[in-house]
Write a protein that binds this ligand. Structure first.
Ligand SMILES: [Zn+2]
Length: 52
């Protein structure tokens, strides 16, 4: 399951890199995150690791 996560409500970021895939180590949710410290959209944990 892929969830698009908008971090901080602002997309004023370098879009050249685009959203990257992350997986939450707490609940296993995979999502697309933008920014330096994306959080899990499901459990709000910041214990996420980049995938892909
Ligand atoms: Zn989670």
């Amino acid at each position: 399951m892929i969830i698009i996560c908008s971090v901080g409500g602002s997309f004023d970021v370098d879009m050249a890199e685009g959203p990257e895939g992350y997986v939450c180590t707490e609940c296993g949710t995979q999502f697309k995150g933008i920014g330096k410290d994306p959080k899990c959209p499901k459990c709000s944990s910041d214990k996420v690791v980049k995938i892909g």
